[in-house]
Design a binder for this molecule. Sequence first.
Ligand SMILES: Nc1ncnc2c1ncn2[C@@H]1O[C@H](COP(=O)(O)OP(=O)(O)OP(=O)(O)O)[C@@H](O)[C@H]1O
Length: 365
Amino acid sequence: MSTLVSVQDLKVHFPIKRGIVLDRTVGYVYAVDGVDLEIRKGETYGLVGESGCGKSTLGRAMLRLTEPTGGKVVFDGTDLSTMKGEPLRKMRRRMQMVFQDPLSSLDPRQSVESILVEGLRAHDLDKDKAATAKRLRELLSAVGLPSTSLRKYPHEFSGGQRQRIGIARSLSVNPDLIVADEPVSALDVSVQAQVVNLLEDLQVEFGLTYLVIAHDLAVVRHISDRVGVMYLGGLVEEATSDTLYAQPLHPYTRALLSAVPVPDPELEDRRERILLTGDLPSPAAPPAGCRFHTRCPWRQPGKCDTERPVLRELAPGHRVACHWAEDIRDGKIQPHSVEPELVEVTDAISPDLSAAGPASVTEVI
Ligand SMILES: Nc1ncnc2c1ncn2[C@@H]1O[C@H](COP(=O)(O)OP(=O)(O)OP(=O)(O)O)[C@@H](O)[C@H]1O
């Protein structure tokens, strides 16, 4: 499979401003801090991690909806980082986004017809009236809604139906890539599977490539060919879905998966449970060395707190950013309890960090 998107050392650092006219930069939120990944044509790449680890920012920076601070995004052979104006707008047609909350991403004052036509108009695809009308009917039928929906407004639909409208809108311009940011987490569990199945059917029908962002490991496992795990702005592990769930190697991935119950009672009894201590550090003051070392049950004396591990390939297609991944895999080192470290936050940057977290351990396990 050839590569559709290549992300190289991507960084998004949001400045923390102070002063009466916010003219002083007193620090940065390192939301995405050096991510390398590739998404292949036709695949579904799942991105998981705790709230605030930078998943949405990475997705938005890939589409240049958020301006990267550094690094490159190459889309189908073209470097997006240097594109501007009309060429960038044209390229955007090929990359669309589906959002978490369909109610807030659809304008309540617009009918479904005008929501869909607006998407087409943005890319000059609404010139022929008859062709547009036909396209709208096709789109609704593709997402399983009747053509009578065109005259209705978002509030007249259920959550699942609204998400179908959001999906139809993103499909309207014939994209190659869809970034779906928590596409089912705002929906009732009973309709989540229907929307996931719809996304899968549409992928086959229209030859789509997906980046699915989710905190729910079960959703990601079900839908993804490959999965990347993020922690504090960096990718810590990446593998095929089956490998990642069967043999997680990074301590953080192990902790995340150890929190997921297994339906088989015998396996459930034997399930490894790793309790992470301490809060997720602030992305404005990430720990030195390995970002996970302050909470890592496998942490060793030496380089964990001084040297940031690179993402390296341990087996074909299985990349891990941990100094001790082989020893963990071979059972040469065992988890131990971790004393939570006090992370110093200076007064200059602390008040604004409420938006940046912290997330408590209970969100992980
Ligand atoms: N526009 C912005 N300005 C400043 N900080 C931001 C901005 N957008 C995101 N952040 C911060 O960047 C970090 C990463 O946020 P992001 O939304 O990408 O994480 P996430 O993993 O998608 O979390 P969630 O699932 O809660 O959305 C957070 O600390 C967030 O507060």
